[in-house]
Design a protein around this ligand. Structure first.
Ligand SMILES: [Zn+2]
Length: 394
């Protein structure tokens, strides 16, 4: 995402702790002719899918997506395997404002850990469901093959569990790397949020001594924690921001009245559809409180019907760009800027590392888009920490 999405790059380039380099587009790693070939090949399979005449969404249609996707992947891999990616490649860098070397120069004491999360929408339920036939899968292919060519010591990948990580990495890196995958969610580490993802670790056989490969059960034995943080801590924006968001909504909804408008409860100023859902969640909430089984933060997602989501709960559900998260304990919705806090960015704490304004000034839509695609800092940090602990060069 960093090397693909302009919003992500803007945050990196303007952050307090600037990276040494920030490249503009991952597709710049290869000559234009390479992406052109892949685009055309993929387009050919998409056309065949459309020409099939099968109704969109039917079983046959979904099978065709799978078959054509696998054929495209096969053709793309055979093609990319024979590309000679130059070791001294350069690309436009947004930090140095010039062409910079794409790959780090390593002395013998350096360990290169390549960390990447690829765009998951082609495989996730919110995307078009096109899998490898989605144009967004091409950056992932370019990333994988250029990484293989450069042979980092370790590679860490994060993606939705619907992405076929295991078969893909064996196809591209099999023989060169030891490969292991685990699936986990922040709540496995004691954080009050759900976001199940698959983390795949690849360790270069010729550069690293084998690391004991952990199974999910072993990982759980070491790292699993009961909740150590309360989800209400995510509702952490200062009062002035909450008031401003309330005022904006009153204005947007064209609610008129005299003094006391700013004291209207949030559910009174929400759009009608959300307000309706709020009442059905409120009913469930009152029932669970009465039975003594209610979650402390009492969180629900007003973007979904209560019949689908269930009773308000104590864990933050996975955030999507359209989520409207409400806590009955906090008595207000989670602000879009607070989504970053859920994913581990320490906003509103006077951090030396993070510039709050940089995130606040993005605007609602970009805040949601960026946080919705974000990797949870603590989870990926745990995976990387584990690799650093176990690493020994050959
Ligand atoms: Zn640079």
């Amino acid at each position: 995402m960093t090397e693909y999405d302009p919003v992500c790059q803007e945050v990196l380039v303007n952050s307090k702790t600037k990276p040494h380099h920030c490249f503009s587009n991952i597709l710049d790693r290869v000559p234009k002719a390479v992406t052109k070939y892949l685009d055309e090949c993929q387009q050919h399979h998409r056309s065949a899918l459309q020409d099939s005449g099968e109704p969109v969404g039917s079983r046959k249609y979904r099978q065709l997506i799978k078959d054509h996707g696998e054929d495209f992947l096969e053709e793309a891999c055979s093609y990319l395997e024979h590309i000679d990616f130059p070791k001294d490649a350069v690309a436009q860098c947004r930090i140095c404002n010039q062409d910079c070397p794409l790959w780090p120069v390593l002395d013998e004491n350096c360990v290169w850990i390549e960390i990447a999360g690829n765009t998951c929408t082609p495989w996730s339920s919110v995307g078009k469901g096109l899998g490898w036939l989605d144009t967004l899968s091409i950056p992932c292919l370019i990333w994988a093959f250029t990484s293989r060519w450069q042979l980092p010591h370790h590679i860490v990948n994060e993606c939705t569990s619907a992405w076929p990580a295991k078969s893909f990495f064996h196809k591209v890196f099999g023989g060169l790397y030891d490969i292991s995958s685990i699936s986990m969610s922040p709540d496995d580490l004691g954080l009050p949020a759900t976001r199940n993802r698959t983390y795949t670790h690849l360790s270069c056989k010729s550069l690293c001594c084998p690391i004991v490969q952990l199974t999910s059960a072993e990982f759980n034995d070491i790292y699993r924690r009961d909740l150590v943080v309360d989800a209400l801590d995510f509702w952490s924006a200062p009062k002035s921001l909450v008031k401003a968001a309330h005022r904006d909504l009153v204005k947007k909804r064209k609610i008129v009245g005299g003094l006391g408008l700013d004291r209207l409860p949030w559910h009174e100023i929400m759009p009608v559809g959300l307000k309706k859902r709020w009442f059905s969640y409120k009913k469930l909430h009152d029932e669970t409180i009465a039975s003594g089984s209610g979650g402390h933060a009492a969180i629900c997602n007003l973007a979904w019907n209560s019949s689908y989501f269930g009773s308000p709960r104590s864990l933050m559900p996975a955030l999507l760009t359209k989520s409207v998260i409400y806590s009955f304990a906090a008595k207000r919705p989670l602000l879009a800027c607070e989504h970053f806090v859920v994913h581990g960015i320490p906003l509103f704490r006077g951090s030396d590392v993070v510039d709050d304004d940089l995130f606040l000034n993005l605007g609602l839509k970009r805040q949601r888009r960026l946080s919705g695609n974000q990797t949870v800092v603590q989870v990926v940090g745990t995976v990387v920490g584990l690799i650093m602990l176990g690493h020994r060069s050959r």
